[in-house]
Write a protein that binds this ligand. Structure first.
Ligand code: DNO
Length: 356
């Protein structure tokens, strides 16, 4: 197992590589070229520049999160082959730069969403939260306004401004796309990129829908144990895997996250794990919490134990932290709470290992 932290390059992070290097047990970062629009090729020199910066700080860059998938691929348009071609060329460059694992998602139109990016908790910290009733009543404009005003002027991964102009049109487009048709578009993409992933030794892990509930009547992709099975069966290969995100899947009370960890790690299909806890406040609502099991509804010990029982040797990162100790930074991606999370998760890992 390698413990890593997410880090945003090009001066777009309040957390520095040297701070990350000082968190015990953290050996690398998951990062990406956030300024390159989805669908464009990542030039080798840009990839190497980030890699060198990371390596000079004494850390590894073996995980990319994410190479975003162009909307034309998701929509199944004729132009998709051109974007898939760029995607594969980017994969080749990443392989040559020593990357081993890629996290991506296939959510239509938008990546994750929260109704509040800084919900005050009773201990004085602040965390991201989600209310389905609030989300269901939003117009697209309100949603953009809500995310951007809450972002504290930090860029939000998955909410790149380049996407905003086409969002209304895209949402309208998907109203006529059935779940089955959408899965055909996913299969087309996987049939093209997974053989390349095999050639370039890249483990692909699809990120689950976050939250796992429908918004704007858009197709859902990966939000339950059953839908993970369906997704992985679309192209059967050990490179076609899951980014197990305990917070995304765990937001739905019906998901047994430990069972999910167990089933898919047993068949070697989890290359990358995002460990985050959530506290349910209703059947659909939740707020994020500190990582320990006692702070939320995800059994962190159970997840780590399941991974370890199945010989997991991939990457783990503590996912979203709360804002604590007066820190200001990108929602979910400050230093302090994620560092506490990393240490706690390493402690669980060590305890499970020694008990074996
Ligand atoms: C949010 C992240 C997501 C994730 C992508 C992966 O904080 O979990 O933006 O990186 O969905 O493609």
């Amino acid at each position: 197992m390698k413990m890593i932290l997410r880090w945003f390059p090009n001066g777009d992070d309040t957390v520095t590589l040297s701070q990350i290097r000082q968190i015990p047990g953290v050996s690398g970062v998951a990062t990406f070229l956030s300024d390159i629009p989805a669908g464009e090729l990542w030039p080798m020199e840009r990839i190497l520049a980030v890699k060198n910066e990371v390596n000079e700080a004494g850390l590894e860059m073996e995980v990319i999160e994410s190479i975003n998938v162009h909307e034309d691929i998701k929509k199944g348009l004729g132009t998709r082959d051109m974007y898939i071609d760029n995607y594969i060329k980017t994969m080749k460059n990443l392989h040559e730069a020593g990357v081993k694992c890629v996290c991506y998602n296939f959510m239509p139109v938008m990546d994750w969403f929260r109704s509040d990016l800084y919900l005050p908790l009773e201990d004085g910290s602040a965390a991201m939260s989600y209310s389905h009733e609030y989300a269901s009543k939003l117009t697209l404009d309100n949603m953009l306004e809500s995310m951007m005003s809450g972002s504290n002027n930090f860029s939000l991964p998955g909410w790149e401004p380049e996407r905003f102009g086409a969002m209304a049109e895209d949402i309208a487009f998907y109203q006529n796309v059935s779940q089955e048709e959408y899965f055909k578009n996913i299969k087309y993409f996987l049939d093209a990129i997974i053989p390349a992933a095999e050639e370039y030794d890249l483990d692909f892990g699809v990120h689950p829908d976050d939250p796992p509930f429908p918004l704007f009547n858009l197709p859902k992709v990966v939000n339950s144990q059953e839908s993970i099975r369906t997704y992985l069966a679309l192209h059967d290969s050990k490179r076609n895997g899951l980014t197990l995100c305990t917070g995304s899947l765990g937001a739905n009370k019906n998901n047994d996250v430990v069972a999910i960890a167990r089933e898919f790690s047993a068949i070697g299909k989890i290359p990358f794990v995002h460990l985050r806890n959530v506290k349910h406040t209703s059947d659909t609502d939740f707020h994020e919490s500190a990582h320990p099991t006692a702070c939320g509804d995800v059994d962190m010990f159970g997840v780590i134990k399941a991974l370890q029982d199945n010989g997991f040797d991939g990457y783990i990162r503590p996912d979203h932290g709360r804002k604590i100790w007066g820190e200001t930074g990108r929602p979910g991606y400050g230093l302090y709470d994620r560092a506490l999370g990393a240490c706690y998760l390493e402690g669980l890992w060590e305890a499970c290992e020694k008990m074996r």
